[in-house]
Ligand binder design. Structure first.
Ligand SMILES: Nc1ncnc2c1ncn2[C@@H]1O[C@H](COP(=O)(O)OP(=O)(O)OP(=O)(O)O)[C@@H](O)[C@H]1O
Length: 643
């Protein structure tokens, strides 16, 4: 059934009430869960997601989710605003969550709908859908086109992809807003556009590349000079699937990709947190996706986050819900006098508000930690990931405890062991690969390079700064009409101000340190040789092979001494090497095999956030290197000393 035609029919009296309550609830950020329908191979067995409703009308209604978590004895509950079940289609979600917002866009209040969740959880299905099963993007354009028919408004769309921190225009790079007059026209653009311009990969990889996609629907009206002007926007964002890089042991290239994705997800959460809390500084500049959405998130604009849930047991789904439900608890601080909370932030204004990265980092404590803390939210281990919020998450006051008796509602979602009969298990297998140099998309793709050589503070005054350069044919195009939304990246920030000596000098220093270590006797006192082993091997009853215990001390023999000293030297070498990575210039970093442009830039970014990001070798995994690759890199450096 074509959901486009079905959505009006599915607005039942009860759903109309819900529509009402949705708009009533409409805080800054609305968190909406959606449980994905089963795929063919997924067999029903046990329930893994439980949805609990308390209260049944208006703003009092609370919905909590809990999971049968096989990996944890804790039974956490996560609060969301609403949850759609497997049997509820996208058209119903459209009529309840999106449709009530359309009229507000005509009044200048933009809305952004973001699908977030683990891989394969139904984000694309919800936002983009397919020709057979329309997603929210299709349904909303259909509705808006009907509304503008014969009136003074017009509709235009943009469609961007953020792939490995590069922005691509998926429609027409020469024309950032493509006018749309009919749903057929849009359908062609949306489904063909989203496939044809997908960035090509340098290397053939088994897994589909992961990226964020943002559809922007601009409502245009003519100003007094008859020039079309954007009055409001609706954005539909299909985020790349969240996955825990470490747990899923991804290979090098995918790890870099995963790290960038998690970093940008973290940046987006930071921005949503900052705008929800009415903070005066919003860190839009920390990722491309937040820059693309910049002018639709602040002020009175609305954000809905659709947390898409895998119906099977999936730790990444639980983590995604954890993160999203935390956004619900944000309490806005009183708006400051100078901040313009009633109007959408223009890009330049927002840019000047952002002022400087370092200042933003010193923002109020309520903000999600940024930068290196990426891994605390989207990173490696379960404990690390949630550390910033752990206390809050486990705080019973966060869990809905209503006096109104809870009614267990619906969802009998079967449990299927991870990896069995589902894509997920297969997706996360990996093989170790050689250190891949930074993967960049082919130059003939239509990449919007957001680059800048100017100082960050000068953006607000310089209109030209907002130029979006399309690398295709080296042509520059202007950003969307209203859209100084893509601001330029200040690469000067990436350069280490304190110039460190060249790599050769640093290696020489390392070598000299190593030599002096060899020459200095280590202050290790050698215990006397023990004879206890002899006693241990005397067994009077039966002849036995003597047991050799690990109490044997070879420390006084040449090999023992050597082994102790060399392990001391190894420690010292590793420390020197880490010190080098913590201080070297970008050029020096790029001199290391396995560190290309992107990794070097990323290291500098990490250093901006914390001056010594690498405290031990494990920390190098944060830049997308596997343990094996790190080992090889250090071995290469050590080998270089003897060349
Ligand atoms: N509500 C649903 N009902 C039935 N099938 C669904 C539903 N949601 C998703 N699917 C199916 O599940 C599969 C994965 O969905 P989809 O591609 O939307 O996931 P995703 O979260 O976008 O994945 P990724 O993170 O890899 O981009 C698809 O085959 C899709 O058709």
């Amino acid at each position: 059934m074509d959901s486009r035609s079905s959505h009006t029919a599915s607005v039942t009296p009860s759903s109309r009430n819900q529509t009402k309550s949705c708009s009533k609830l409409g805080g800054k950020v609305r968190i909406v869960a959606r449980i994905r329908g089963f795929k063919d191979l997924e067999l029903a067995s046990e329930p893994v997601i439980h949805v609990c409703k308390s209260g049944d009308n208006g703003a009092l209604e609370k919905v909590t989710l809990s999971f049968d978590d096989q990996t944890s004895s804790r039974k956490n509950e996560y609060e969301v605003d609403c949850c759609y079940h497997q049997n509820e289609d996208t058209a119903l979600i459209f009529s309840r969550e999106v449709k009530p917002r359309i009229a507000k866009v005509f009044d200048g209040e933009s809305s952004t709908f973001i699908a977030f969740g683990a891989r394969g959880s139904g984000k694309t299905f919800t936002i983009q859908g397919s020709k057979e099963n329309s997603g929210l993007g299709m349904l909303v354009v259909d509705e808006i086109l009907k509304m503008v028919e014969g009136g003074k408004h017009a509709v235009a769309v943009s469609f961007y992809e953020v792939f490995q921190d590069h922005v691509y225009d998926l429609l027409d790079p020469k024309n950032p807003e493509v006018p749309v007059k009919s749903i057929l026209e849009f359908e062609k653009l949306y489904y063909i556009g989203s496939n044809s311009n997908k960035p090509k990969q340098k290397v053939a990889l088994e897994l589909p590349r992961r990226s964020h996609k943002a559809l922007m629907i601009h409502i245009l009206a003519c100003d007094e000079r008859q020039n079309p002007k954007c009055v409001g926007k609706m954005n539909f964002v299909d985020l790349a699937g969240y996955e825990n890089a470490k747990r899923n042991s991804i290979d090098g290239a995918n790890l870099v990709e995963g790290t960038l994705i998690n970093k940008s997800l973290n940046a987006l959460f930071n921005v949503i947190h900052a705008v929800s809390a009415n903070e005066s500084r919003v860190p839009y500049r920390e990722s491309k996706i937040t820059r693309v959405l910049q002018d639709s998130l602040g002020g009175n604009n609305h954000i809905s986050m659709f947390v898409c849930l895998n119906p099977l047991f999936c730790p990444d789904t639980i983590h995604a819900v954890t993160l999203a439900s935390r956004l619900k608890s944000i309490k806005p601080v009183a708006a400051k006098k100078q901040s313009n909370s009633s109007a959408p932030l223009s890009a330049n204004k927002a840019d000047s508000v952002v002022a400087s990265r370092s200042a933003a980092k010193k923002g109020p404590n309520s903000r999600l930690p940024s930068g290196k803390k990426t891994n605390e939210y989207f990173g490696d281990t379960n404990t690390k990931q949630a550390s910033g919020f752990k206390k809050k998450a486990n705080n019973p006051s966060k869990v809905v405890k209503s006096d109104i008796p809870k009614q267990k509602s619906t969802v009998v979602v079967p449990y299927v062991e991870e990896g069995k009969g589902s894509l997920d298990g297969a997706l996360f297998n990996s093989d170790e690969v050689d250190i891949a140099s930074d993967i960049v998309p082919c130059s003939n793709d239509k990449e919007i390079v957001v680059s800048d050589a100017t100082q960050e503070n000068s953006h607000a005054s310089n209109e030209e700064d907002a130029l979006v350069k399309v690398e295709d044919n080296c042509k520059e195009v202007t950003p969307p009409v209203d859209g100084d939304n893509i601001v330029k990246e200040d690469n000067t920030l990436l350069v280490n101000e304190t110039k460190s000596p060249p790599l050769s000098v640093r290696l020489k220093e390392l070598s000299m340190n190593l030599q002096s270590l060899c020459a200095t006797p280590l202050p290790i006192s050698m215990p006397p040789v023990a004879n206890t082993e002899i006693a241990n091997i005397v067994d009077t009853m039966e002849p036995k092979t003597p047991m050799v215990t690990n109490k044997m001390d070879f420390s006084n023999c040449p090999s023992g001494k050597f082994s102790k000293r060399s392990s001391g030297m190894k420690q010292s070498f590793v420390q020197e090497y880490l010190e080098f990575l913590n201080t070297a210039t970008k050029e020096d970093l790029k001199g290391i095999k396995g560190i290309g442009e992107k990794r070097a830039s990323y290291i500098l970014e990490l250093r901006e956030e914390s001056p010594q990001p690498f405290k031990d070798l494990d920390d190098l995994q944060e830049i997308g290197l596997s343990a094996k690759q790190v080992k090889r890199m250090v071995q290469n450096a050590a080998g270089g000393l003897f060349n």
